[in-house]
Design a protein around this ligand. Sequence first.
Ligand code: THU
Length: 136
Amino acid sequence: MPAEPDFDVLFAAAAAVQPRAYAPYSRFKVGAALLADDGSVHAGCNVENAAYPVGTCAEAGAIAAMIAAGGRAIRAIVIFGEGPELVTPCGACRQRIREFAMPETPVAIAGPEGIRARFTLAELLPASFGPANLPR
Ligand code: THU
């Protein structure tokens, strides 16, 4: 059994990157940090664009950093955002996480005060389509 992910470390990494988000249009800054299969931690923030649909989410940035560093699986991910509502990943990012995670992979939602809620990926994206659906 792999060790329990250190959510304190992931929370700190997501909180640290969140202020660096480029979000001049929504003014809604998000940070994400994930634990990769090799034990490394990767963080990302949202990067908006004047051509609105071109903007990217924090989760996409963290996943890109993991892949670029050689990681291939997500063991846990923390998403950090402000405001009264839970900042859960958008539908597209649930699918992005799905590519590299297991149904039971924890997805923790954090705010400035700490972790607010914890889901499994399967709770956020049930009956999902993934790599195993495609012939290799
Ligand atoms: N956003 C993220 O980066 N991650 C989430 O989990 C929710 C939303 C970003 C996208 C956009 O830049 C801004 O937050 C408002 O939707």
